[in-house]
Design a protein around this ligand. Structure first.
Ligand code: UN1
Length: 499
């Protein structure tokens, strides 16, 4: 019997009320990884009650001291980085170099938010009256319900948990059912670092059994969701009825522009990394290349020559470039899109099929796939595929390229490869995405800058950076009148003879 992983509620590791379980298998090998307790709405109620209780004292725990707990947690994560990276590759499939990066992102975020414990800046500003002092301070809201995806099993939970708790909120985390283990590891580390019981709780189970009841729970004023657009809009619609604060991080259809003056060697490296890293399963993954027609054939040839050299396999093997996708259903969805692309008349120049020879037979592998001569109106150029499928779209000018980049319903990340500073600044001015790279691919956001997207990708909030604190805190404006008399704002004139 594999290990049984439990919920963490009120500082105790406990099985769900139903006692039911679910399993997770390695997407590269099919081997059983672990068994997890399967929770439902009653477990969510328990966790929210524990978080609510803990909030009463955690909100008053000095923020610099909260930071000390996070500093310790960050050090523990550093010590265990290698072990956690291996577990993550087994659980989710991406290659070990990338799972190390995922843990590192959690380490970075934990250190960064630990430091915020000694900043958490508000504002002081002069009053329009004498003998009066004005300031605004950040305050926590209460219990944050966090719903996280499987593609960044530790980084994304850390993006949400660390700002939530440094600001004095408490948390109920519902991780993706494909990747609960690495979220549990993060909670174990926080426990070991001395986080009081109830400040962070984790409830394992499906979106409908755990995620939905958490999002609509009346005692959860904050909901942060990363995942599909369909689910995110559903969460936001329900939450709006209850006047909750919600942050959404949803789909993307990220594009790299390659201009005729670009360094093509660099462009090929950047495109391959951002399109096929994480097997294309990043919100930020490059799925469109909008290429100037004068270099389109050369770029296509170079990409096709390089992509066949990418080695597929078990991500624990350091020589492997591309791991499996996370599940059979994910692979089926990718195969469907490949058929759609062929049907739409796009030219398949690399890959195009599931890979199942030899060692790949037991995993969910799919060849890195490239379509050329894609037109912007095709479905493969507009819809999020979330897998290793790239579309090359030829254009005649920078203006046309920017129009194509902006023509989709999403707006997370984009990039431009160009040696011309005028092209670069026009792209910065006119590309409508939350993140923009110059002479790099579309992935690789650092944790101290705002992360998020415009249009169908998000709902105006940002994660990471100090922007995250804007979501996890409420402003309180404070006016202290020490004049000893009634002073009416906007009514009383300033009296000249007063000192
Ligand atoms: C995601 O794909 O949801 O910028 C997150 C990046 C990573 C985070 C991706 N730092 O690609």
């Amino acid at each position: 019997m594999a290990d049984l992983f439990k919920n963490y509620i009120g500082g105790k590791w406990i099985e769900s009320r139903s006692g039911e379980t679910f399993e997770r298998h390695n997407p590269a090998t099919g081997e059983l990884i672990a068994t997890f307790t399967r929770s439902g709405p009653a477990d969510v109620d328990d966790a929210v009650a524990a978080a609510n209780k803990a909030f009463r004292s955690w909100r008053l725990y000095p923020a610099p001291r909260r930071g000390e707990i996070l500093f310790k947690a960050a050090r523990l994560l550093e010590e265990r980085k290698e072990a956690f990276a291996r577990e993550m590759t087994e659980e989710m499939g991406k290659v070990i170099a990338e799972t190390r990066g995922d843990i590192q992102e959690a380490i970075d975020m934990t250190y960064y938010m630990a430091g915020e414990g000694r900043r958490m800046y508000g504002q002081t500003t002069p009053s329009e009256m004498r003998n009066k002092f004005n300031m605004s301070i950040r305050k926590p809201l209460g219990v944050a319900g966090l719903i996280t995806p499987w593609n960044f099993p530790m980084a994304i939970p850390s993006w949400k948990m660390m700002p939530a708790i440094i600001a004095g909120n408490t948390v109920v985390l519902k991780p993706a059912t494909y990747t609960p283990k690495l979220s549990i590891r993060l909670v174990e580390v926080l426990e070991e670092a001395g986080l009081p019981g109830g400040v962070v709780n984790i409830v394992l189970g499906s979106g409908s059994d755990v995620g939905d009841p958490l999002a609509v729970h009346p005692d959860v004023p904050l909901v942060s969701f990363t995942g599909s657009t369909e689910t995110g809009i559903g969460v936001a619609t329900e939450a709006a009825r209850m006047n909750k604060r919600v942050t959404l991080e949803m789909g993307g259809k990220n594009a790299a522009i390659v201009m005729d003056d670009a360094d093509l060697d660099l462009a090929v490296d950047g495109i391959l990394w951002s399109a096929f890293g994480t097997t294309g399963q990043r919100c930020t993954a490059c799925s469109r290349v909008v290429v100037h027609e004068s270099v389109k054939d050369e770029l296509a040839d170079r990409l096709a020559a390089r992509v066949v050299k990418l080695k597929l396999g078990n991500g624990l093997d350091e020589t492997v470039d591309v791991g499996p996708v996370v599940s059979e259903s994910q692979r089926t969805g990718i195969q469907r899109y490949v058929e759609v692309g062929k049907g739409e008349g796009a030219k398949l120049i690399a890959g195009g099929a599931a890979a199942s020879e030899g060692d790949l037979a037991h995993g969910f592998f799919h060849e890195p796939t490239i379509f050329a001569d894609v037109r912007p109106a095709m479905r493969i150029a507009r819809e999020e595929i979330f897998g290793p499928v790239l579309s090359l779209i030829p254009v005649g000018s920078l203006g046309e390229a920017i129009d194509v980049v902006n023509s989709v319903e999403y707006g997370l990340s984009a990039s431009i490869f160009s040696a011309d500073v005028n092209n670069v600044f026009l792209a910065i001015q006119d590309i409508n995405t939350g993140i923009l790279y110059v002479n790099a691919g579309t992935t690789g956001a650092e944790i101290h800058l705002p992360f998020g997207g415009v249009k169908g990708t998000g709902n105006g909030h940002r994660e990471a950076g100090t922007a995250a604190l804007d979501f996890y805190t409420e402003w309180q404006s404070i006016y202290v009148d020490y004049s000893g008399k009634l002073q009416r704002a906007q009514i009383d004139p300033l009296t000249e003879n007063e000192s």
